[in-house]
Design a protein. Structure first.
Length: 450
């Protein structure tokens, strides 16, 4: 037997995550969407318009998650949809799918960082919001560089607090729920409002697919990815429904969008709803605001982790400079990719265009869902022999339903936010041109993996 004593040590991603950690990551990626942002869809569609949009998005995520899990279990690699699309569609389309994923995961954290900065600014008004947001970026990037197990453990704890706070909020507000508050001005802009509300309905769940990007670091991914992914989805659907009805049912949707008549729309719906019950000076109100920060921190930190894996795989595949596909020799984490994403995120944060950043991230997410479902369908035909520890239930209907809803959502978003779509496509096209001109053709393991 040949000796391995003299072989150089090659750093690699460590398998340290189990189903509970995956649940914490999955819920943590998303949970800030329950705390802020979604209520802006009420200004577009009212309770009925946003409710209809959210219903379709829930169906999208149910069918998408179970379909995407098939890919994550069969091809447990850090690149997620990039690896799946490379294998199903070829390297060029895989690059475009991977860029959509990178845009989603890299552009979502700056929006959350801005919310974190605004929150802390309330308690420390002498410190500018951008300074707080940039400091948060540096701290949580450093934690992710230190190690995935430490990062995931922190995410699990902080997510647990965030879930508890949402349940506490619902427990306080639901006894004051009145159906008439749901029905007042429920459909102000008709079906046009439904289409305009789609990005905000997506914001409820945006980022859940990031669980697939840590499959390479999961113990027995063929079993545990399904458990973590499925449990996270169930938790999020329940929280989404509870938060939607408890927040809008205490005083009507306008009370959790506009702090006062004529005021700009607020991105803090839960404190506005809680104030209808407890006032804005009670200890429960302040507890909500204090613990509510954890929801923002959970998603911010979790998406930094997911984004680094997407960028790392791009570097490992040679789609971007390979230095970003290197693993830190001591911490076994993609440190270079983490720093790259932090710098891009800080640049986006400095634009001050939080709403625009969210919308561009949503275009990345929808594109990811489309490429993911196409990959599920094509790989079933191209590679029927591929070992699939988990198979999509009710195939092919689940991926077809998810694909149909995703295409419809994309069309609706383009019609409402065509300038943002142009910006999104501009980033993709420029990246593809750079890739075509400056990146040498390489054979990536994903594309020829048997």
């Amino acid at each position: 037997m040949p000796s391995t004593a003299n072989k150089a040590y090659t750093p690699s991603l460590k398998k340290t995550l189990g189903p509970v950690m995956l649940w914490g990551l999955g819920v943590g990626y998303v949970i800030s969407g329950m705390y802020f942002g979604w209520n802006l869809g009420l200004a577009e569609g009212g309770t009925l318009g946003l409710g209809i949009a959210t219903g379709f998005i829930i169906l999208l995520y149910i069918t998408f998650t179970f379909s995407y899990t098939e890919l994550a279990c069969a091809i447990p690699r850090a690149g997620g949809v990039f690896d799946y699309a490379c294998r199903a569609l070829g390297r060029q389309w895989g690059f475009i799918a991977g860029m959509a994923q990178v845009i989603e995961f890299v552009f979502a954290p700056p929006a959350i960082a801005a919310a974190i900065g605004a929150y802390f600014h309330i308690f420390f008004p002498q410190v500018p919001v951008p300074v707080i947001a940039v400091t948060a970026y540096i701290l949580f990037t450093a934690l992710n560089i230190y190690g995935v197990k430490a990062a995931a453990t922190f995410e699990l704890v902080i997510t647990g607090f965030a879930v508890f706070e949402l349940l506490l909020f619902c427990g306080i507000t639901l006894p004051h729920f009145e159906w008439k508050n749901i029905t007042v001005n429920a459909f102000p802009n008709g079906w046009n409002g439904v289409w305009a509300a789609v990005p905000f309905a997506l914001w409820f769940f945006l980022g859940l697919e990031g669980v697939a990007n840590v499959a390479e670091e999961t113990i027995q991914p063929q079993r545990n990815v399904l458990r973590g992914f499925g449990a996270a989805l169930l938790t999020l659907v329940i929280l989404c429904v509870l938060v939607f009805f408890s927040a809008t049912g205490v005083g009507g949707w306008e009370k959790i969008v506009f702090p006062s008549p004529g005021a700009p729309a607020s991105d803090s719906p839960l404190p506005l709803a809680m104030a209808q019950v407890t006032g804005s000076s009670g200890w429960l109100y302040h507890l909500l605001i204090t613990i509510g920060l954890m929801g923002l921190v959970a998603s911010f930190h979790g998406l930094i982790l997911a984004a680094s894996r997407a960028s790392y795989e791009f570097g490992r595949a040679g789609c971007i400079p390979q230095v970003f596909g290197k693993i830190h020799p001591r911490f076994n984490t993609p440190a270079n990719a983490l720093v790259l994403n932090m710098l891009i995120g800080i640049a986006a944060l400095c634009t001050g265009k939080t709403g625009d950043i969210i919308t561009i991230a949503c275009f990345g997410a929808i594109s990811l869902y489309i490429f993911g479902m196409i990959s599920v369908l094509l790989l079933r035909k191209k590679e029927p022999q591929l070992h699939r520890p988990f198979k999509t239930p009710v195939y092919p209907y689940f991926p077809i339903v998810a694909l149909t809803i995703a295409v419809g959502a994309l069309a609706a978003m383009i019609a409402q936010y065509y300038i943002h779509f142009a910006l999104f496509m501009g980033i993709v096209v420029l990246a593809y041109i750079w890739y075509s001109i400056f990146t040498k053709k390489q054979t990536h393991a994903t594309t020829n993996q048997a």
